[in-house]
Design a protein around this ligand. Structure first.
Ligand code: PGA
Length: 242
């Protein structure tokens, strides 16, 4: 794990966006794993800014998102499909057929998860995977558990996650289930970038970096990854002791 501490979330957004745009420039048909939530928003803004400056195309880039809610229409304002289009895809020349999501409304979630994992493998695996971290140290929607999960699966969200995300649901109740990529699959990406910003993440960050590798702290699995870059602002890094 390589830890990078910046003053602000905006500075992290610029630094992480540069890694992504450099990846696309070096390999225009790369495969990116993307995340939702408040954390990646500055990164996505900066990727669009670089795209608008010219000299880079996302036409051959493929993306796979980490997770999607169950029982929420694809075009709902709170779906991750909508979020990604509003925050990133609509600002790029990426092709709709190249952006991929787990279908949280699939009649057979298990078959949907298997098909998604097979598609990622067929694409050659993920080159760079972006992650946020939950207050409970989840990555994707892999909540604290007894063992590290493998491939994509249907998960019942914990109270901690529901409390953190329900603020976005003003009309309908927040879904209690989601489909998510599994942990072993997430860490099979060649490079993993985790961003944590704000004081609320400080405890999860300390446990991820300084605690034991355990499925009770899902993000701690990154300690064992060969190319994991952690980007923290000062608030998220405030409980680190080393
Ligand atoms: P956030 O969510 O970026 O909205 O804090 C991160 C996560 O739950 O992984």
């Amino acid at each position: 794990m390589k830890i990078n501490i910046f003053k602000t979330a905006e500075e992290i957004g610029a630094a992480v966006a540069e890694i992504f745009t450099d990846t696309v420039k070096a390999n225009p048909s790369c495969v990116l794993g993307l995340a939702t939530g408040a954390t990646p928003v500055p990164t996505y803004k900066n990727i669009i800014k670089t795209f608008n400056e010219g000299g880079i195309s996302f036409k051959d880039v493929k993306t796979y998102n980490l997770d999607e809610y169950c029982n929420l229409p694809k075009n709902d304002k709170n779906s991750y499909y909508t979020f990604m289009h509003e925050q990133l895809f609509n600002g790029l020349d990426i092709l709709e057929e190249n952006v991929h999501f787990l279908d949280g409304n699939a009649a057979d979630p298990e078959a949907e998860c298997k098909a998604y994992d097979a598609e990622i493998n067929a694409a050659g695996g993920i080159d760079v995977q972006l992650l946020g971290i939950g207050n409970n140290a989840h990555i994707g929607f892999n909540e604290p558990a007894d063992t590290f999960t493998e491939g994509s699966f249907k998960v019942k969200l914990t109270e901690s996650t529901i409390n953190a995300n329900k603020i976005y649901f003003d009309e309908n109740p927040m879904p209690e289930y989601a489909l998510t990529m599994g942990i072993k699959q997430i860490v099979s990406a060649k490079k993993v970038i985790l961003i944590a910003t704000g004081e609320k993440k400080a405890e999860a960050v300390r446990n991820m970096i300084e605690g034991p590798v355990t499925a009770q702290v899902p993000a701690s699995v990154l300690q064992e990854h060969d190319d994991a870059l952690i980007f923290l602002d000062e608030a998220a890094a405030s409980l680190l002791t080393k």
